[in-house]
Design a protein around this ligand. Structure first.
Ligand SMILES: Cc1ncc(C[n+]2csc(CCOP(=O)(O)OP(=O)(O)O)c2C)c(N)n1
Ligand SMILES: [Mg+2]
Length: 330
């Protein structure tokens, strides 16, 4: 486990930057929950409330040229890697200015320019796509890396093992980042993972496996910074498992009958944002500075939501655009 007490705390700007990312994700997800309840968003949404420390810590450790592959629960990853909250929110509201022109929804957000190679509704595929992207970086001699997000549920899928094996054999520049959030759909961790830690599986492929406290954004950031540096320097893959907690159900509207009443009531006490606020004194950050950043982050998301709602829905003629490849030249 990466210690939550570093030798010396990171610089203040760094702490505030990570705090801002967490607050933007929190505000975005709360707006999604509210909008979904109002019936403003078609399709399914899976929010990452409670998991902000993992997304912000991991993406906050990356450079602009680094890439991510994401999951069905990917809003936080995309935002923290630099996707635009207005365009994301427009996509969720099925507006033409959204990332998929309003046709693809929450699980298919991609922004290649920002290094977001795509959210993904097929569990485990982020790992296979991540390996492909990492191979491309290696073949093209680029000194960047990939972070492939996945959940502990995905860790049991065939592609997870194929991806980690290939990445190990070719020493690819990739960090496999497991958001271990206690549940896969309605099943608790113990029901479908045979080991105490998903990270222990890295031993089977001969690369490091690290468990980190996902509620501690600074510990996540430190672990990913080190793994990303190793990856860019040709040291090969790392598997990082961030232990975190999914506040809400699997999808919005899930009644969560598989949680006890007490868990449904008290689960929110695991809060990476509150955790950082509580440590402000120890880290030498003024609470007023945190409050200012939080207010700015919330205002940015409020503005993004308002902008998104003002945009138009896609014309019917867009329905089959980008669906078929151009016919090959004769
Ligand atoms: C290949 C495939 N199998 C099953 C599903 C249905 N499914 C959607 S999410 C999910 C659970 C994923 O759990 P986990 O990887 O822990 O991610 P979390 O939802 O906790 O973020 C399943 C089984 C799917 N989308 N794709
Ligand atoms: Mg899970």
């Amino acid at each position: 486990m990466v210690s939550s007490v570093p030798a010396s705390p990171p610089p203040q700007e760094e702490i505030l930057r990570l705090f801002r990312l967490m607050c933007e994700i929190r505000a975005f997800e709360l707006a999604v929950v509210a909008g979904y309840k109002e019936g403003e968003m078609p399709g399914f949404v899976h929010v990452s409330l409670g998991q902000e420390g993992a997304a912000a810590g991991a993406c906050g450790a990356l450079e602009p040229g680094d890439l991510i592959t994401s999951t069905h629960r990917g809003h936080g990853h995309c935002l923290a890697k630099g996707a635009d909250p207005g365009r994301m929110m427009a996509e969720l509201h099925a507006r033409v200015d959204g990332y998929g022109k309003g046709r693809s929804g929450s699980m298919h957000i991609a922004d290649v320019a920002a290094g977001v190679l795509g959210a993904n509704g097929i569990v485990g595929q982020s790992m296979g796509l991540g390996v492909g992207a990492a191979l491309s970086l290696q073949v093209n001699g680029r000194k960047s890396c990939v972070v492939a997000f996945f959940g502990e549920g995905a860790s049991g899928s065939g592609i997870a093992h194929e991806a980690m094996n290939m990445a190990a054999i070719w020493r690819l520049p990739i960090v496999f980042f497991c958001e271990s959030n206690r549940y896969a759909e309605l099943s608790p961790y113990e029901v479908h993972v045979s080991l105490a830690n998903v990270a222990d599986r890295a031993a089977a492929y001969g690369f490091p496996g690290i468990v980190v406290d996902g509620e501690d954004v600074l510990a996540v950031h430190r672990a990913v910074t080190e793994a990303a540096m190793r990856a860019r320097d040709g040291g090969g893959p790392t598997l990082i498992e961030a232990k975190t907690y999914r506040w809400h159900g699997h999808y919005e509207g899930d009644p969560q009958a598989y949680k006890t009443a007490e868990e449904r009531e008290n689960g929110h006490s695991l809060d990476p944002i509150a955790r950082l606020e509580e440590r402000a004194g120890e880290l030498g950050v003024a609470p007023a500075a945190l409050a200012k950043v939080r207010a700015e982050a919330e205002a940015r998301i409020t503005e993004a939501v308002a902008w998104a709602k003002e945009q138009q829905g896609p014309a019917l003629s867009l329905l089959d655009e980008d669906v078929y490849a151009d016919a090959p030249h004769a």
